[in-house]
Write a protein that binds this ligand. Structure first.
Ligand SMILES: CC(C)(COP(=O)(O)OP(=O)(O)OC[C@H]1O[C@@H](n2cnc3c(N)ncnc32)[C@H](O)[C@@H]1OP(=O)(O)O)[C@@H](O)C(=O)NCCC(=O)NCCS
Length: 430
């Protein structure tokens, strides 16, 4: 008996009920997702060949890595005059693999120095040589028909490395439908793209078992199962992809962020914030227990900016705090004022529900209004890379305690792309 045959009508109905609820929550913004990974893009005209290409080439490097970081690297590569020609098909085809490698690695768009440039080069050659240099032409030759496109890519896999894989091909077509002006005749043939979050959501709903997650070839089966569940419903498979993804990414807690408010910290909050910082840092091995007192002392310093000390609340319960304060980058041309993020804490009961991300987004918005353009911090790279930070040495800015100029624990994020271009120097963060 196949897995699809094992799907009883009762089970499908139960899953569809949850899907209906998730779709409503998604439309209300209760699953988060205000900023999707692909939103980091140069905002090219939707119908331009350049835009079609922008959402095609990086997609083929988007496996087993953080999508937010990948699309931020793509944007940085596009915005850098030295590297932007990797998005020009004719330039890539003529440039030679070593130059391409250097350019794709500069902003960590390519993480695998051999494989990734080869994938990029092959795709450029495919579109340049077979489709007049245009992804649009490729769609047009297939009558904007998903079934035809899939069939063509499936039978010419070598021309579309990685992009022709079941998972990414569906996701790519979905993104093209969202971010370009492509309108597909048979959108229902774009199946759910079974990435890790969708797999986890599928297991949570009982569509597969947790053990299935690791069984070989399970991903196309999950796509088929979703097709079966949604057949005859009001949803196309790809419509439910993002809600499922966000639901899993938010730890299957649907409405945390919707119920949360973020506001400036007030003196009346100090005692609660003290307890929160203590509880949050008690969970980490790198804490020396001094963080709550450090924050008390920080509030008395000139560098402290009340508008950049925020708290997050859910139903009057304090669940997070974030502080950005002023610092100086020492450069040969004089001191430059920017911000340090420290500390940030979330109540342990609310970890991994997007609260830190939401507080950062809010605080960075205020910082921009106050004309700051970059934020630095010291911390664990594995946490902050996922939040858009990169090692500050990449910008030529080194922590004073980093004589080897290679510390990945000192990180920076530009609030305005290019804000740190041409700034080199040292920074001191306690
Ligand atoms: C670090 C901390 C503030 C994160 O808060 P959070 O609300 O759980 O973080 P979010 O849910 O917004 O996570 C956003 C992203 O940060 C990264 N991240 C957060 N916690 C992480 C962890 N423990 N390990 C790896 N990555 C992590 C992930 O990329 C995550 O995105 P994802 O959930 O889509 O994978 C929280 O764990 C905390 O208060 N820790 C104790 C205090 C502390 O260590 N502060 C930082 C000092 S260096």
């Amino acid at each position: 008996m196949s897995r699809i045959d094992k799907l009883t009508p009762e089970k499908m109905k139960r899953i569809l009920n949850v899907v209906d609820r998730l779709m409503r929550l998604y439309e209300d913004g209760a699953l988060g997702g205000e900023v999707m990974p692909e939103d980091a893009n140069p905002d090219l005209p939707k119908d331009s060949d350049e835009n079609y290409l922008y959402f095609t080439l990086p997609m083929a490097l988007n496996y087993q890595r953080n999508s937010y970081r990948m699309w931020e690297s793509a944007l940085r590569t596009y915005q850098d005059k030295e590297t932007m020609d990797v998005f020009c098909l004719t330039a890539v085809v003529d440039m030679g693999i070593d130059t391409l490698r250097e350019k794709l690695c500069k902003h960590r768009l390519a993480l695998q120095p051999n494989k990734h440039p080869q994938i990029w080069m092959q795709l450029c050659q495919t579109f340049a040589q077979n489709f007049d240099g245009s992804v649009k032409r490729f769609f047009a030759k297939n009558n904007y028909c998903v079934a035809n496109i899939k069939n063509y890519m499936g039978t010419n896999k070598k021309l579309f490395p990685y992009l022709s894989g079941a998972k990414i091909m569906n996701y790519w077509l979905y993104v093209m439908g969202q971010y370009t002006d492509a309108v597909f005749a048979d959108k229902e043939n774009i199946t759910v793209a079974p990435d890790t979050h969708v797999m986890q959501a599928s297991a949570k709903l009982g569509l597969i078992t947790p053990d299935d997650m690791t069984s070989p070839n399970i991903r196309p089966i999950v796509s088929d199962l979703w097709n079966a569940v949604l057949e005859g419903s009001s949803w196309c498979p790809i419509d439910v992809h993002t809600p499922l993804w966000l639901w899993s990414r938010g730890g299957f807690v649907a409405d945390t962020r919707k119920k949360m408010t973020i506001r400036q910290e007030q003196p009346g909050d100090y005692a609660k914030v003290y307890a929160l910082v203590k509880a949050a840092f008690a969970t980490t091995s790198h804490s020396d227990g001094t963080e709550p007192d450090y924050l008390n002392a920080l509030r008395k310093k000139d560098a402290f900016i009340p508008a950049l000390s925020l708290v997050a609340e859910i139903a009057d319960k304090l669940v997070g705090q974030i502080v950005l304060y002023e610092t100086q980058i020492t450069t040969p041309g004089g001191a430059i004022t920017q911000l340090v993020l420290s500390p940030i804490s979330v109540h342990p009961n609310y970890f991994r529900q997007g609260i830190a991300r939401a507080m950062m987004d809010h605080a960075f918005g205020v910082a921009l209004e106050l004309n700051y353009t970059a934020v630095f911090l010291c911390g664990e790279p594995e946490i902050y890379y996922g939040l858009g930070f990169v090692p500050s040495y990449g910008f030529g800015i080194y922590h004073v305690d980093d004589p080897d100029k290679n510390a990945n624990w000192c990180m920076a994020k530009e609030l305005v792309p290019g804000a740190l271009n041409g700034v080199t120097g040292t920074i001191e963060i306690e």
